[in-house]
Design a protein around this ligand. Structure first.
Ligand SMILES: NC(=O)c1ccc[n+]([C@@H]2O[C@H](COP(=O)([O-])OP(=O)(O)OC[C@H]3O[C@@H](n4cnc5c(N)ncnc54)[C@H](O)[C@@H]3O)[C@@H](O)[C@H]2O)c1
Ligand SMILES: [Zn+2]
Length: 366
């Protein structure tokens, strides 16, 4: 078992990583009871994760009033309509201010359930049980909760911290391979931005990671959560340092947007974006060619794309990339920021990189 206490100004809470926790009703019961104050629990899950893990969770909650809401699967359900459905469900089942919400699922369920928890009766306790690798290393840490609006992702939300996070790497056994690899992209990102030792560990444990080895995953998940928690608590409301978590994301978001959401998973687009960011780092911050190659090798060993595929190449021109990143407009006031690395573990946020350099880097992916 690995445990990490996240210290943030208003509250601290544990992130507990135990391989096989959900299958161990006794251990899970003890853990959950330690952080559930009242006798009401509402579980929010979806129609993919519920059938896989709900029974195990329910077995640990006997004796309490437990109500379960299944939301539709997918990003499209992360909206105000689902938010309202969860609110209706809580009120219909007479949940009160001392209820505890449990999010059982990936980042979509966690973000939506967290926003419900932040606002139901002005805020109730909330436990995250993340079941995707992305949720275990990224979305369940940092306190951002949100739903999407037709005009933009995560446009409606709040900063709201859970009372605890329980991550069980064994749940990843049922995760589709692409979703798993997409989570690994964020793991690699943590190595690049903060932790060269983690990067080497990943290089040395590719086979174990691909085999979803519980022990190796537990170590990696806790390390990633510790890095994210440290970055976020240094900068809880995203002014400066939190931006380093966006390594590869300026390019990645543009790729996601241009190819249409659904072609690349977020983590896949970020993997390609990180290769672009590494090349930009080579041009502007002295990252060595060897480091760029190591990054490309690690990502490909982990089953991630490192360059645009033929469909993307049909859609994405260098001009379109520049446009999607907002460089054409934002370069005027010098505001577009890129995270660049001078070596693994040493990154800076720069707003002085000119369009010509970015063009060269994007062009290298053709
Ligand atoms: N709050 C934050 O700081 C933050 C950070 C990053 C991403 N996010 C958000 O997270 C969301 C993406 O999260 P995600 O990648 O986990 O996507 P997701 O929640 O949609 O999960 C991906 C897919 O895997 C399924 N799934 C989940 N766990 C499973 C399991 N154990 N076995 C089999 N299938 C399983 C889901 O039902 C879904 O179909 C986005 O909405 C994004 O905005 C939030
Ligand atoms: Zn990301």
């Amino acid at each position: 078992m690995q445990e990490l206490i996240v210290e943030i100004p208003e509250r601290s809470y544990p992130i507990i990583v135990v391989d096989g926790l959900l299958a161990n009703a006794q251990a899970l019961r003890a853990r959950l009871r330690a952080c559930i104050q009242g006798n009401q629990v509402a579980i929010v899950t979806n129609d993919v994760v519920g059938p896989l893990y709900l029974e195990q969770l329910m077995a640990a909650l006997d004796g309490l009033q437990v109500d379960v809401m299944h939301m539709r699967d997918g990003e499209a359900a992360k909206n105000l309509a689902t938010y309202e459905q969860v609110m209706d469900f809580l009120l219909a089942a007479r949940h009160n201010r001392s209820t505890c919400l449990i999010a059982l699922g990936g980042g979509v369920v966690g973000d939506l359930c967290g926003f419900v928890a932040a606002t139901f009766q002005r805020g109730v306790d909330f436990i995250q049980i993340p079941t995707t690798l992305l949720a275990q290393v990224d979305s369940s840490v940092g306190g951002k909760t949100a739903v999407n609006h037709p005009q933009g992702k995560n446009m409606i939300g709040a900063f709201y911290q859970p009372v605890a996070v329980f991550a069980d790497p064994a749940t990843l056994s049922t995760l589709p391979p692409r979703e798993y690899a997409a989570g690994l992209a964020e793991v690699v990102k943590y190595g690049v931005i903060e932790d060269p030792d983690l990067f080497v560990f990943l290089e040395n444990h590719c086979d174990a990671l691909l085999a979803k080895d519980g022990e190796v995953l537990s170590q990696v998940i806790v390390r990633c959560c510790a890095i994210k928690a440290a970055v976020v608590s240094a900068d809880e409301r995203e002014s400066g340092r939190r931006a380093i978590l966006n390594f590869g994301h300026t390019f990645g978001h543009a790729i996601e947007k241009l190819c249409g959401y659904g072609h690349w998973l977020h983590g896949e687009a970020v993997a390609i974006g990180m290769v672009m960011a590494a090349r930009l780092s080579q041009q502007t911050a002295g990252l060595t060619a060897e480091s760029v190659d190591r990054l490309i090798n690690l990502l490909s060993k982990l089953g991630l794309p490192t360059e645009l595929d033929s469909r993307s190449l049909e859609i994405i021109t260098v001009d379109a990339m520049i446009d999607a990143m907002g460089l054409d407009k934002k370069v005027l006031d010098g505001r577009l920021r890129f995270v660049v690395a001078s070596e693994f573990g040493n990154v800076a946020v720069r707003d002085d990189i000119d369009e010509a350099t970015v063009r060269v880097v994007v062009d290298q992916c053709y």
